[in-house]
Design a protein around this ligand. Sequence first.
Ligand SMILES: O=P(O)(O)OC[C@H]1O[C@@H](O)[C@H](O)[C@@H](O)[C@@H]1O
Length: 264
Amino acid sequence: MTFETLTIDGAPAVRLQGPHGDSVTALLRGGQVISWIDASGTERLYCSPLSPLAGPQAVRGGVPVIFPQFSGRGPLMRHGFARTRDWALADTPAGAAHPTLVMRMEHSAAETALWAHDCVCTLAVALEAAGLRITLAVHNTGSSALSFHAALHTYLEVGDVTQATLTGVLPQGEVLSLAEPIDHLFESVPGPFALRSPASALDMAHEGFTDAVVWNPGPQAVIADLPAGGYARFLCVEAASVGVPVQLAPGAHWQGCQYLVTAA
Ligand SMILES: O=P(O)(O)OC[C@H]1O[C@@H](O)[C@H](O)[C@@H](O)[C@@H]1O
């Protein structure tokens, strides 16, 4: 296992190399994973080449951390502030079973009257033998209760979304076709999910999160930081807690994880 800090297109980043030729790269801004290369040497995430990594806007791709607000469902900036905040590198917990990189973001009540709470968010990204495990933890360090949305807004490389299918979000094993644009919150879906596409086969599971959001804007959407035809390259399958916000008493912890496993 090797670990390095680096700068990519002007953005401070960290890279962890696993024992099987796998690696994961994350930006400290947003605590955002932007690349996961699996043990076969294949990039599994999509990151738009038109999205400046150094910001100031959110980076379109990889795994944006959505916290404490999903989309426009509240008074904060779209998808909350975590994805554009500077995170710091933190120590890996002693005895971690897998190569893991940990980043941390503190928020204080003084930072915005729109969300006047104290909390600490931690993102642990682990290269496991079968795949990537990303765990978002929130610790309420303040004296008032927290209510928040959280999501890992994962952009998965699919090659051609119109030929991709997703199993696990619809009832009774029904297969969701991605031939058409989609922006849907699937509430209370325990998973697992199976994504099959021309670029890759991936199985996914989540714990702690209750919902899944599936998003692809389709060819008609005008998105300035996506290249022409870029929509076809990815499907966002987000592990999310949105339908019922997470409630966290003072001093309490919450965590949710998304586990991405390479399939044959
Ligand atoms: O462009 P943004 O802010 O990164 O959001 C991308 C998409 O994120 C998804 O999670 C939302 O459901 C979509 O409605 C949204 O368009």
